[in-house]
Design a binder for this molecule. Structure first.
Ligand code: CP
Length: 301
C-alpha cells in the first residue's frame, strides 16, 4: 500500500489525527492557497455522493489544483467490463492522487495496493469513511472544545453505517462513553463491540430514542435503503426514529446534533433552527478537513 494513502481511519495514529485537525483549522482560517498548483487529482465515484465529492472538489479547487473523474461509473469503461484493478492502474498514470468511493467493502484497500499514487477512501460499502470521520472529529472538537470524555449517542443504522464504524474506532483514542440506539435489525455489529471491549470503552445498547439528557453528541444516521438485500426489512425499519425539536428539551446546553447527511426523515426539519443542530456546519467543515488530508497525502504539510 502507498504509505500516503488513507483507506481506514486506523491508518492514522492519534498524533496524525490531531495534526490533520490542526491543519484543517488553518485551512478554515485561510482556505484559498496555491498548494496544489500543477497537481491533478482524480475523483472516482462508483457510488452516488453530494457532499463528499463536491467538498473534495471544492478543496482541490481552493488549493489551485485540477480535478478529473466521474460521478457515475455507468459512463465509464467499467460498464464494458473493465476491472477495478485496470481502472486504478490506468488512472494512476494520469494523476497525483485518487479519491475513490466504491460500493464494495475493501475496494479502497485493494485500490491502494494496485495503484501507484496515494488513494483516499471516500467510502467503501459499509466498511469505512475515514474523511467523514475526520470532519466529524473536527466538528466535535470545535463544538465541545475537546475530544476526550464525551457521551456520544449513535442512532439509526449502526449495522451498515460506515460513518459510525469509522467514528467509533477514531474515538477510541479519546475515552468516549457510547450509547448505541438501533432496532434489532440494525444493531452495532459484534466486531465493533468487541473492539470497544478490548479498548476498555464503555457502551450500552437500547432500542428507543429516549434518555438523551446526558448526551454531548447525538449522532443521527439514515437507514440506508441501498444496503438492504431484503427490501421488506428496509420497509419495516425505515421510519424507526424521527428526532423532533421538542425531544431536545432538557438536553445539555453543549449537546450538538450531528448527521453525516443526506437525511431522509430521521431528523424533522423543525430541528434545523435549533442552535443544537450542527449538521449543515458539519458538512461545511468537510472542505477544510479534506484540504488537510489531500495536502498530507501529497506531502505538502
Ligand atoms: N456524508 C456523505 O458521505 O454524504 P454524500 O453521500 O452526499 O457524499
Amino acid at each position: 500500500m502507498n504509505s500516503k494513502s488513507l483507506v481506514s481511519i486506523t491508518d492514522y495514529s492519534k498524533d496524525k489525527i490531531l495534526k490533520i485537525l490542526d491543519a484543517a483549522a488553518d485551512f478554515e482560517a485561510n482556505p484559498n492557497r496555491d498548494l496544489l498548483k500543477g497537481k491533478v487529482v482524480a475523483t472516482l465515484f462508483f457510488e452516488p455522493s453530494t457532499r463528499t465529492r463536491l467538498s473534495f472538489e471544492t478543496a482541490i479547487n481552493r488549493l489551485g489544483g485540477r480535478v478529473i473523474g466521474f460521478s457515475d461509473a455507468a459512463n465509464t469503461s467499467t460498464s464494458k467490463g473493465e476491472t477495478l484493478h485496470d481502472t486504478i492502474r490506468m488512472v494512476s498514470n494520469y494523476v497525483d492522487l485518487i479519491v475513490m468511493r466504491h460500493p464494495l467493502d475493501g475496494a479502497a484497500r485493494y485500490a491502494s495496493e494496485v495503484g501507484s499514487v496515494p488513494i483516499i477512501n471516500a467510502g467503501d460499502g459499509s466498511n469505512q469513511h475515514p474523511t467523514q470521520t475526520l470532519l466529524d472529529l473536527y466538528s466535535i472538537k470545535k463544538t465541545q472544545g475537546r475530544l476526550e470524555n464525551l457521551n456520544i449517542y449513535m442512532v439509526g443504522d449502526l449495522k451498515y453505517g460506515r460513518t459510525v464504524h469509522s467514528l467509533l474506532m477514531a474515538m477510541s483514542h479519546f475515552k468516549p462513553n457510547f450509547t448505541f440506539i438501533a432496532p434489532d435489525e440494525l444493531k452495532m455489529p459484534e466486531q465493533y463491540k468487541v473492539f470497544c471491549d478490548k479498548n476498555g470503552i464503555p457502551y450500552k445498547e437500547q432500542r428507543e430514542l429516549v434518555g438523551i439528557e446526558n448526551a454531548d453528541i447525538l449522532y443521527m444516521t439514515r437507514v440506508q435503503r441501498e444496503r438492504f438485500q431484503d427490501l421488506l426489512e428496509y420497509e419495516r425499519v425505515k421510519n424507526v426514529y424521527k428526532l423532533k425539536n421538542a425531544m431536545l428539551d432538557g438536553t445539555k446546553d453543549n449537546l450538538r446534533v450531528l448527521h453525516p447527511l443526506p437525511r431522509v426523515n430521521e431528523i424533522d426539519v423543525d430541528v434545523d433552527s435549533n442552535p443544537k443542530a450542527y449538521y449543515f456546519d458539519q458538512a461545511r467543515n468537510g472542505v477544510f478537513v479534506r484540504q488537510a488530508v489531500i495536502c498530507d497525502s501529497l506531502g505538502l504539510i
